[in-house]
Design a protein around this ligand. Structure first.
Ligand code: HPA
Length: 246
């Protein structure tokens, strides 16, 4: 069964036939909300809204450990697909584009980023060379092809701390570092999934030009984000509907 973690703008999956909801407790505290079990297209899925169903939890306060643990251990998910909105840094990644990233640079700090907290347990260093699961990425790409939606295969996701957006100079630095899109929730979500041994991939929706780029030269307009995000999320839902055939 797939888990879908919905990001900003995706607090519910409109094409999800809901079978039941389940409140899960975890050793790491409360997840962002109850797990929603159901079907999307032909897939059995468990859905969780990353920022809470009322969109009240900011990126730096999301309990990523509880969310991943709840989906994988209590929800029975054997893979996790993240839907996340991002800012476009690279010139071809305009608002409305769907991106399946293949790399991450982590700029977040102060988040609970591991299940291995020492104590009596041995030190563990998980391999994270390829932060996204290759076969799951391939399935997302195949699902997009089946759905007839254009997606960009591969890009470097910069995970920033938020909740504020970046300065133009910060975006220039991220670009120099090799980043193509920027978001606030990709980490530690991806590495926690790896620690749990659950395949994880993301479908990113470019909501806006990153600060200082395109029409965000002087400011990022939130009115504009909303419209673009909704249209692109409809495409992302369409891709997810085809996941189980891919
Ligand atoms: N920066 C960081 N995170 C984001 C952005 C952005 O421009 N857009 C959507 N999520």
């Amino acid at each position: 069964m797939f888990a879908i973690i919905g990001g900003s703008g995706l607090t519910q999956l409109s094409n999800l036939d809901i079978a039941r909801r389940e409140v899960v407790r975890t050793p790491y505290g409360e997840p962002s909300g109850a797990l929603t079990f159901g079907r999307i297209g032909c897939c059995e899925v468990v859905f969780l809204a990353r920022h809470g169903y009322g969109h009240t939890i900011p990126p730096h306060l999301v309990n990523y450990r509880a969310n991943l643990w709840a989906l994988a251990k209590a929800g029975g998910a054997d893979s996790v697909v993240s839907v996340a909105s991002v800012g476009g840094i690279r010139s071809d990644l305009a608002p409305g584009t769907l991106v399946i990233p293949n790399q991450i640079i982590d700029y977040t700090w102060g988040r609970h980023a591991t299940y291995y907290e020492g104590g009596d347990s041995p030190v563990v260093h998980v391999d994270f060379t390829e932060p996204y699961d290759g076969p799951l990425r391939a399935r997302l790409l195949a699902a997009a092809a089946k759905a007839g939606e254009t997606v960009v295969d591969g890009s470097v996701y910069a995970a920033t701390q938020g909740p504020r957006l970046e300065t133009a100079a910060e975006i220039t630095r991220l670009e120099r570092d090799g980043a193509h899109v920027v978001g606030m929730t990709g980490m530690p979500e991806a590495s926690l999934a790896r620690e749990l041994g659950v395949p994880y991939a993301a479908i990113c929706v470019v909501a806006n030009w990153a600060a200082g780029r395109g029409d965000s030269t002087h400011a990022i307009s939130f009115d504009q984000i909303e419209g673009v995000l909704q249209a692109a999320l409809t495409k992302a839902r369409h891709v997810i509907e085809h996941l189980c055939e891919a």
